[in-house]
Ligand binder design. Structure first.
Ligand SMILES: Nc1ncnc2c1ncn2[C@@H]1O[C@H](COP(=O)(O)OP(=O)(O)OP(=O)(O)O)[C@@H](O)[C@H]1O
Length: 254
């Protein structure tokens, strides 16, 4: 369970996340184009970036929390200890209550079998799979997954979809790929544009919606991008959001 109240993240002289308020009590997708602030939001919630306002995870203010076992993330910052894969599993066993047997099984399922390998010897896709598997094998309540499908091939992507369905009770799964979102049509999503959080909205409805300029009665969602308002509407002629494949292409519709 994540509760944000007037939550902002400032980097340098600018707010990359601006006064967001949301209650996330189930697993939701966090969609946004490159540079919209998704990773910054997750970093702040994982306690590795300062924030203003309030962010509670499982009722605990993140800034005051120490080693929250209820929270799991695949952010690389959390995986900097340990040279070999088995060192990381050992350390997560000590500090995060990792179910090592489960982690080994999940890693085998995606072809990561040699635990004497050094972490830096993993390919970028294998690295993403390793961090996601280890995070989810800690029996978390809240999950924060940043681009868990990045550089992962199609067969392994479906394994990761199953993992996300199975593990964790609530939390944020970040992607800028609308192709990935098609696997989660039953879930809700938040969209992040220019540091502002919009939603929640059902993923299936979002993907079949059309983006039009201005405010519209009955719109599923309205967003502000570059100072202009846009509406996501149903049952209208035009390019569907789901056809864009990656959300970054939304700028070609605006
Ligand atoms: N350490 C930093 N100092 C200053 N600005 C930063 C820093 N890290 C990120 N930013 C800026 O903050 C904004 C949000 O970055 P962030 O990485 O959170 O976006 P994102 O939505 O995760 O993007 P992507 O999909 O490309 O990973 C970007 O404009 C980025 O340039």
């Amino acid at each position: 369970m994540i509760q944000l109240r007037d939550f902002s993240v400032r980097l340098g002289s600018r707010d990359v996340i601006e006064r967001c308020t949301a209650d996330v009590d189930r697993k939701v997708l966090l969609l946004g184009p490159n540079g919209s602030g998704k990773t910054s939001l997750l970093r702040a919630l994982a306690g590795v970036l300062p924030y203003e306002g309030s962010a509670r995870v499982e009722g605990v203010e993140v800034a005051k929390a120490r080693n929250m076992n209820a929270l799991a993330t695949n952010l690389p910052e959390v995986f900097t200890l340990g040279v070999r894969l088995r060192d990381v599993l050992y350390l997560f066993g000590e500090i995060k209550d990792l179910n090592e047997e489960l982690a080994v099984k999940m890693l085998r399922n995606v072809g990561i079998k040699d635990l004497s390998k050094r972490v830096y010897e993993l390919s970028s896709g294998q690295g993403a799979l390793f961090r996601t598997a280890v995070a989810l094998a800690t029996n978390p309540r809240t999950i924060l997954l940043d681009e868990p499908f990045e550089n992962v091939d199609a067969a392994r992507r479906s394994v990761v979809v199953n993992w996300i369905e199975e593990y964790g009770e609530s939390g944020l799964v970040v992607t800028h790929e609308l192709d990935v979102a098609t696997n989660f049509k039953e879930l809700d999503a938040y969209m992040l544009f220019e540091g502002r959080l919009h939603g929640p909205i059902n993923v299936g409805e979002l993907l079949s919606s059309v983006v039009v300029e201005g405010s519209r009665n009955g719109a599923l969602l309205e967003v502000e991008i570059g100072g202009k308002r846009f509406s996501f509407v149903k049952d209208q002629q035009g390019s569907k959001l789901g056809d864009l494949v990656v959300l970054d292409r939304i700028y070609s519709l605006l």
